[in-house]
Write a protein that binds this ligand. Structure first.
Ligand code: GDP
Length: 365
């Protein structure tokens, strides 16, 4: 499953949010491939299309796709220098696909702020600086090494150094590596560095319970939005406290609670959707009598690789896929009706999977 790491300064509400995520957590039996670790919360990705498909197929069960959140506590000022176990935590960030940066936008006299006052932009800059410093160290080390290797005459190293110099320049100017344009070839050369500031980031602006329905009226949230807009990053206002309460409720109680707060859905759902968008993720479905199930892929995957998400055997032995789009299937009302209309296609190895494709794979074992 794809992973987002939760970072933020102490006392901004990370643990509260993370605990809500674990509480709301997925039925782990359905996701044997997900990590079992107290710092990992597996959540189901809500998708209304699953129920519609189930209405057509009448399966024994419905299985949403899953997404993992990892609690990466412990980033403080000086983390990149290895203070307060900081370096260990930075190493965890290397493994995630995206970073959710929780910033404090709530006022509460009783809860100490590490730098003395609520100032989300300064918080963002503090964390970003640690990430930048850690990257700068990796980039400089690598430049030194590649310069030595260049003497062997391999052009690869020259290209690598050229690209890393551009990134170094950006980092020196307090800009993240993702602000630097790199070609596909360059991206391959530097991929194994796992630069922290190359990862996509979204900001979760933690507001108080009272403000959650109109979070954009909160001046701190406005500031975070302005800041994020410059970076091209996404902002999700959320109330960690509210999420903690929502996580304890289900069904009608949950609906009622959300209504009382003036919300249409939980912040966690909005966070998941934002992460999906940020990472350019698609969902495809399998729909049989046993189960109707959603699977996550990156945009642009071809049918065999998409099949590989279910099982490596599906990818290795891939022959063909029967594909119908979700819209066509729902409009037709049944698999047979879609087939009669010629909407059930046979696709080969080069087929690029679309969001909402309902797929049936044929493969050799
Ligand atoms: P972490 O250090 O970032 O993991 O922060 P915690 O989740 O432990 O939260 C620190 C304190 O802030 C706890 O006492 C939380 O109950 C409190 N807190 C978290 N979110 C909110 C909020 O939206 N409003 C208020 N008033 N307190 C909150």
């Amino acid at each position: 499953a794809l992973k987002a790491g939760i970072v933020g300064l102490p006392n901004v509400g990370k643990s509260t949010l993370f605990n809500a995520i674990t509480q709301a957590g997925a039925e782990s039996a359905n996701y044997p491939f997900c990590t079992i670790d107290p710092n990992v919360g597996v959540v189901e990705v809500p998708d209304e299309r699953l129920q519609k498909l189930a209405d057509i197929v009448n399966p024994n069960r419905i299985v949403p796709t899953a997404f993992e959140f990892i609690d990466i506590a412990g980033i403080v000022k000086g983390a990149s220098k290895g203070e307060g176990l900081g370096n260990k935590f930075l190493a965890h960030i290397r493994e995630v696909d995206a970073i959710v940066h929780v910033v404090r936008c709530f006022q509460d006299e009783n809860i100490t702020h590490v730098s003395g006052k609520v100032d989300p932009i300064s918080d963002i800059e503090t964390i970003n600086l640690e990430l930048i410093l850690a990257d700068l160290e990796s980039v400089e080390k690598r430049i030194d090494r590649s310069r030595k290797n260049m003497k062997g005459g391999d052009k690869k190293y020259a290209a690598e150094v050229e690209c890393l110099e551009r990134i170094k320049e950006a980092l020196y100017n307090d800009l993240p590596a993702r602000s630097v344009e790199v070609s596909d070839e360059e991206a391959v050369l530097i991929r194994d560095l796992h630069l922290l500031t190359m990862k996509k980031m979204l900001y979760a602006a933690n507001v108080s319970e009272a403000e959650v329905a109109n979070a954009d009226d909160n001046p701190y949230v406005q500031k975070v939005r302005e800041f994020a807009a410059k970076e091209g990053a996404e902002v999700v206002p959320i109330s960690a406290k509210v999420e903690a309460e929502i996580a304890e409720l289900d069904g009608e109680d949950k609906e009622m609670f959300l209504q009382e707060l003036g919300l249409t859905e939980s912040g966690l759902n909005r966070l998941i959707r934002a992460a999906y968008k940020l990472l350019g993720l698609y969902t495809y479905f399998t729909a049989g009598v046993q189960e109707v199930r959603a699977w996550t892929i990156r945009k642009g995957l071809k049918a065999p690789q998409a099949a590989g998400v279910i099982h490596t055997d599906f990818e290795r032995g891939f022959i063909r896929a029967e594909v119908v789009s979700y819209e066509d299937l729902v409009a037709a009302g049944s698999m047979n009706a879609a087939k009669d209309k010629g909407q059930l296609r046979l696709e080969g190895k080069e087929y690029v999977v679309n969001d909402g494709d309902v797929m049936h794979f044929r493969f050799n074992v």
